[in-house]
Design a protein around this ligand. Structure first.
Ligand code: ZN
Length: 436
């Protein structure tokens, strides 16, 4: 992608430019729309830098870094952008692709007034100045940070192939800019913004990259009866909305709380289940965490087995049916969970399971597209991830609807309505059973 990010940068970037007296917008050709133009490729026999449609996440072209054999060498360096010493810079990028994964590093490099490269920069707290990216996955956005060293006058982005002979990793949509101020966690999020409009326009140009529209699982976690044992207004609202829109939902129940449900709650669950418009799934017995110990991670096999089994015993007693899909609290599981699941006769689908150790279940892989980003529904972040992952066959997007206030609910509605406009099909986890 090329022209789009200039507009998006106009806010923070323009202020920084006015304050600093220089206009630093981004590196040139940051989305490889013009191939490797403005990038300096130092190639080696063991590696290749290619650009094209197969490596595109935005626009028509992206970068494919191929590792042909070991040892990998060579590097790709972007054009240089003016910087001011002491300021914090951000390198945002998307990576993924490549059927066989290879690994490449990505970093910010700084240069002095003579164009001489400076030693590796320091990152600001909580960030890394350099990291590695692995191919073979859905498109993922990531962000590095670095403090421009004292002598720095310009900065560039550098990508180095590392390992994974016969494989590749793709990069696209790179943005080097001054670190924007963090968003106030309390401020409402936009339902429309310049970036949302850009993303919608980008998606409209090529909605599914030649594939079918995706199947979408709406994965809502942490259902329990509300005060008095009934259905809370937040859960009632999201289910009513989904029924009105004829959108299927899946909802994870924390089983021990079924003890406190009243007759209305059980009838509500049973009716929705029978109508096949909501699937209720096994979200653990107590959802407990003690430090690093999670209900299904780090706990002994016997305890995990007991929690797996008694949740469904209680579901049968209170609801009249057993859960057939399982999604762990915190999505945290270990080898004992694999063993417990393999022995469990009820569960057929493992939501956000480990595709390498599926325990005999159909695994719904973790999703690159989520309802909640940084713990709250965020339509713009959803759309960003959706745009970069067009062509994905399915995804299970996660949220915690029991805590949604009005503005959070509005963000969720915008996602549903957008996906319906794209022809997405909303499905239940159990509809994947025996497939994949
Ligand atoms: Zn949970």
């Amino acid at each position: 992608m090329s022209g789009m990010k200039r507009i998006w940068l106009a806010g923070a970037g323009m202020l920084a430019a006015l304050a600093g007296g220089l206009l630093a917008e981004n590196i040139e050709n940051p989305g490889f729309e013009n191939g490797l133009e403005k990038w300096d490729a130092q190639t080696a026999p063991a590696v290749a830098f290619e650009t094209g449609r197969d490596a595109a996440s935005m626009g028509e072209s992206g970068l494919r870094v191929k590792v042909i054999s070991q040892p990998a060498a060579g590097m790709l360096t972007s054009s240089r952008m003016p910087v001011e010493p002491g300021r914090v810079y951000r390198l945002g990028y998307w990576f993924g692709g490549g059927v066989v994964p290879a690994v490449a590093s990505i970093e910010m490099v700084f240069y002095d007034e003579n164009g001489v490269e400076l030693p590796a920069p320091q990152p600001p707290p909580g960030k890394k100045a350099r990291t590695v990216a692995t191919g073979g996955k859905a498109w993922t956005g990531y962000e590095l940070g670095a403090i421009a060293p004292e002598a720095a006058r310009t900065a560039a982005v550098r990508i180095k192939p590392m390992s994974g002979p016969g494989g590749a990793v793709d990069f696209d949509d790179i943005r080097l800019e001054e670190m924007p101020a963090p968003l106030d966690a309390g401020s409402p999020l936009p339902l429309d913004s310049p970036r949302i409009q850009e993303l919608k326009a980008e998606i409209q140009k090529n909605p599914t990259r030649g594939k079918e529209p995706p199947r979408v699982v709406i994965k809502l976690d942490d259902l329990k009866p509300g005060p008095g044992g009934g259905v809370s207004p937040q859960w009632q609202r999201v289910v009513d909305y989904a029924r009105e829109k004829e959108v299927k939902l899946s909802i994870g129940i924390i089983a021990q709380y079924l003890e406190s449900g009243n007759a209305d709650f059980f009838k509500w669950v049973q009716d929705l289940n029978a109508a096949n418009c909501v699937e209720f799934w096994h979200h653990g017995w107590d959802h407990a965490a003690e430090g690093n110990l999670k209900e299904f991670s780090g706990q002994p096999y016997e305890r995990q087995k007991e929690h797996m089994t008694k949740a469904n015993a209680l579901a049968r007693e209170k609801l009249g049916f057993a859960f057939t899909s399982f999604g762990a609290p915190f999505n945290a599981t270990d080898a004992s969970t694999v063993r417990v699941l393999a022995e469990d006769p009820d569960i057929t689908v493992w939501i956000y399971g480990d595709p390498k150790n599926p325990a005999g279940k159909t695994v719904l892989r973790p999703s690159p597209i989520m309802i909640e980003t940084r713990a709250r529904p965020d339509f713009e972040a959803f759309l960003e991830a959706y745009a970069h992952n067009r062509g994905i066959d399915y995804f299970a997007m996660q949220g915690h609807a029991g805590g949604w206030k009005d503005d959070a609910f509005d963000q969720f509605r915008a996602m549903v309505e957008f996906l319906q406009g794209q022809g997405a099909q909303f499905v239940l986890p159990r509809e994947f059973a025996g497939k994949n």
